[in-house]
Design a protein around this ligand. Structure first.
Ligand code: DGY
Length: 330
């Protein structure tokens, strides 16, 4: 690859030759992108564990694992665009970016279907108690077929409650039709097209929680939504129901979730996200009723390539003085 460099130990980046404007880009994206993804610019690859460099970068193409707040932006005085390679952007201080006139972009749409698939992988795994079954075989404790062994939830005829019916929530809802589920959703906005398409019904959150056999969470993490699934909300859920989270870990009080599982109020949980990633509460991961995954909702080769390419395109559009394809509207 040409025109590339890596962040050095001094963590202070300048462009002595002044030849090509420099773009900061997450090193983890390199193998997903074509050769020379930023023609005319020098790509400076930075890995997740490196601190954010300071210097004259004109664009930053970054991952959700990197916080971008006042301090980081202070060190990037020439920045013209912050291109997030994810649909969520809770790691970015939008106010700090706006104060500096730096547009922020994200990568919606391209990951909708893969993330909805993973939510369904978790719904099926938890509803049919796959972790307990697999463990039984791994521990060699299976004594043979039994009519009452590992009885799970029959999805056909059950109710799926979607909390947050944006793009991903709706894609999860569309898949529910094939499983014969009734779909209800709660959202700040009514979604008439979604209702017409699959017969989904809008509910307020307490009603949805009381009536759903499976609750699946698809809200962004914002000041209003953080911690929304607390002890009170879990107490409103139908006894024995299942809880799925492929959105953001900090929407959930993980202690309260664990308590609800231990008390048997919840029948199980499928979790792809955690509040302090990559740290994960052991009690949740090891819980027999929890299927836990390391934030792989969008992890298909096709989707991750599309995300990386969209993030780069957004940066290049802004650098060329045009509107980005998918701006974050703050
Ligand atoms: C996102 O895009 O926000 C996901 O969490 C990772 O794909």
């Amino acid at each position: 690859m040409t025109d590339t460099s890596r962040v050095g130990p001094a963590n202070q980046q300048t462009n002595p030759s002044g030849s090509r404007p420099r773009v900061l880009i997450a090193a983890e994206l390199e193998s997903l992108l074509p050769e020379d993804p930023l023609p005319g610019y020098e790509a400076v690859w930075i890995s997740t564990l490196d601190p954010t460099p300071r210097g004259d970068f004109v664009a930053a193409i970054l991952l959700l694992s990197r916080s971008m707040g006042e301090e980081e932006l202070e060190g990037l005085p020439k920045l013209q665009v912050l291109a997030q390679c994810a649909v969520g952007y809770d790691n970015i201080d939008l106010g700090a970016a706006a104060r500096r006139g730096i547009p922020v972009t994200n990568t919606p749409d391209v990951l909708t279907e893969s993330t909805a698939d993973l939510a369904w992988a978790l719904i099926l795994a938890v509803a049919r108690r796959m972790k307990e079954g697999q463990e039984m075989l791994a521990q060699d404790t299976w004594s043979g077929w039994s009519p009452t062994q590992l009885l799970g939830l029959e999805l056909n005829g059950s109710t799926l409650g979607i909390v947050g019916a944006g793009r991903i929530g709706q894609a999860v809802g569309r898949r529910a039709l094939g499983f014969g589920m009734r779909v209800s959703y709660s959202d700040a906005e009514g979604r008439p097209d979604f209702e017409r398409a699959i017969g989904a019904e809008r509910s307020d959150l307490p009603t949805l929680l009381a009536e759903s056999d499976v609750v699946t969470l698809h809200l962004p993490s914002t000041a209003e939504t953080r911690g929304i699934f607390d002890a009170h909300r879990f107490s409103l859920m139908k006894p024995g129901s299942l809880f799925i989270n492929t959105a953001r870990g900090d929407l959930v009080d993980e202690g309260a979730l664990l308590e609800s599982l231990d008390e048997g109020r919840l029948g199980g949980a499928g979790l792809d996200v955690f509040s302090r990633e990559p740290q994960v509460p052991r009690e949740l991961v090891e819980h027999p009723k929890v299927v836990a995954l390391p934030h792989i909702g969008s992890a298909t080769t096709q989707t991750r390539r599309a995300m990386a390419e969209l993030a780069v395109k957004n940066a290049l559009e802004v650098l060329a003085g045009r509107e980005p394809l998918t701006p974050v509207r703050g």
